[in-house]
Design a protein around this ligand. Structure first.
Ligand SMILES: NC(=O)c1ccc[n+]([C@@H]2O[C@H](COP(=O)([O-])OP(=O)(O)OC[C@H]3O[C@@H](n4cnc5c(N)ncnc54)[C@H](OP(=O)(O)O)[C@@H]3O)[C@@H](O)[C@H]2O)c1
Length: 398
């Protein structure tokens, strides 16, 4: 046993620095500080060492892993278009902003459209070399905003990184209910759920007994719209890209029918076969040949919600639509919409959907990958249909 007093060893300080500085720079050491600000706070901080009231911020000190856009994307998106890098966690929190630890990130097809330079769109392009952003669930770890306090759980737009500073709170909601899995706030209780709700009820004004068709039906939006339509009393058919997904739609989600569009050489033929009486409501997620096949098979006064056209992101020349005359003759209404314009309906949506979840009336399937390192592949997988259900990235559990 040997006692010692550090003051006697100051001559070893240069040796210590020589050893420790490279370890810090290589990120091989975690180091946690608990900093109070102002000399006025010093007595409490000192006393806190002895009465266990000291709370450290528990921030990871080895850096902030981030997913950065390499450059604007042309053609098919690849994993290598996104780069994993590590930066320092920013600690200067501007007034009104707050620092969050990201827990779950949502993979959404519209993020692909932000990877090209757009002159005018409802949302800005990502900037090459910078962290991309998306919808997610996060925990507030430090705050200069009175409405969002340390420990609050939030959902909304955040960075694809471990820690983000949130400056704009327009899209940020405090998580109201903890009796559902937190990841649900990326999907069924996030953008996908609100999109399904707005797309079906607001845009399509459904009537009981109507015939509904949903493309990309096994995904985040599709699986929910289909179940809302079934609960409402509609006849529901979905298309998806594999037999496994078709079985999932029919056997797990209760769709009346489903088909694998990849096995159909003629989409028009397929639509006629599955909808001999025509379609009242089409929830349009894919665009291109499917949309072209659907329009002439719509019933009079049919409604089409144009959610997105995922088949058109990567093509150099977008597909033409040849059958628009039917839209005039049959008085079809097609309406595009962007979910960001409907955040005012989020409380109404929660009021409807939370009881359905709690009563076990909705099935909801997530495809969760773990770690920020897995995020690029998860996002890219949306465009080949690799996901079954809502694609989520688990960044941290708490
Ligand atoms: N308007 C809005 O505000 C809004 C908001 C949220 C989402 N959306 C849109 O809603 C749609 C569904 O989004 P989500 O989050 O639920 O995604 P998702 O359906 O979970 O994932 C995308 C799916 O699209 C299908 N797909 C990919 N490439 C395709 C292609 N070339 N042709 C046909 N299908 C293709 C794949 O399924 P298969 O295996 O079946 O091919 C894939 O799993 C997307 O288009 C999205 O952009 C719109």
């Amino acid at each position: 046993m040997q006692g010692f007093v550090v003051f006697d060893y100051f001559h070893l300080y240069p040796n210590y620095l020589e050893m420790v500085l490279p370890l810090i720079k290589q990120g091989k050491l975690a180091y946690v500080e608990d900093i109070v600000e102002g000399i006025e706070a010093a007595p409490v901080a000192l006393v806190g060492l002895f009465n266990k009231t000291k709370q450290n911020t528990q921030l990871k000190m080895e850096g902030n892993k981030q997913i950065v856009l390499k450059d604007y994307v042309k053609g098919l998106i690849k994993e290598s278009d996104l780069i994993l890098k590590t930066s320092e966690i920013k600690r200067d929190i501007p007034n009104g902003a707050f620092l969050v630890k990201n827990l779950y990130l949502s993979c959404d097809p519209y993020m692909r459209s932000r990877m090209v330079k757009m002159e005018c769109s409802y949302i800005d392009s990502f900037t090459p070399g910078e962290v991309i952003e998306g919808y997610g669930v996060a925990k507030v770890v430090d705050s200069s905003n009175q409405k969002f306090k340390k420990g609050d759980l939030i959902c909304g737009m955040t960075g694809w990184e471990e820690y983000s500073i949130i400056k704009s709170t327009e899209t940020i909601f405090k998580i109201p209910s903890m009796d559902v899995p937190l990841s649900y706030y990326t999907g069924i209780l996030g953008l996908a759920g609100l999109t399904a709700y707005v797309g079906f009820y607001e845009i399509c004004s459904p009537k009981k007994g109507e015939i509904v068709f949903i493309s990309a039906a096994s995904g985040a939006v599709g699986q929910l719209v289909g179940q809302f339509a079934k609960l409402f009393g509609c006849y529901v058919v979905g298309s998806a890209g594999s037999q496994h997904k078709v079985d999932f739609l029919k056997n797990k989600l209760g769709f009346d029918d489903a088909f694998n569009y990849k096995e159909e050489s003629d989409q028009n033929e397929a639509i006629k076969r599955y909808f001999p009486e025509g379609i009242d409501i089409y929830i349009e997620n894919v665009g291109g040949k499917m949309l072209d096949a659907v329009i002439p098979n719509m019933r009079p006064s049919g409604r089409i919600t144009a959610c997105e056209m995922i088949s058109q992101y990567d093509v150099e020349e977008t597909d033409a639509t040849h059958n628009l005359m039917s839209a005039i003759i049959k008085k079809i209404r097609m309406q595009g919409f962007v979910v960001f314009d409907y955040f005012n309906l989020y409380p109404n949506y929660l009021e409807m959907v939370l009881p359905l979840i709690k009563q076990g009336k909705l099935a909801y399937v997530e495809d969760i990958v773990e770690g920020l390192e897995a995020a690029p592949a998860a996002l890219v997988g949306l465009f080949s249909g690799r996901n079954v259900g809502k694609q989520v990235v688990l960044v941290a559990r708490d």
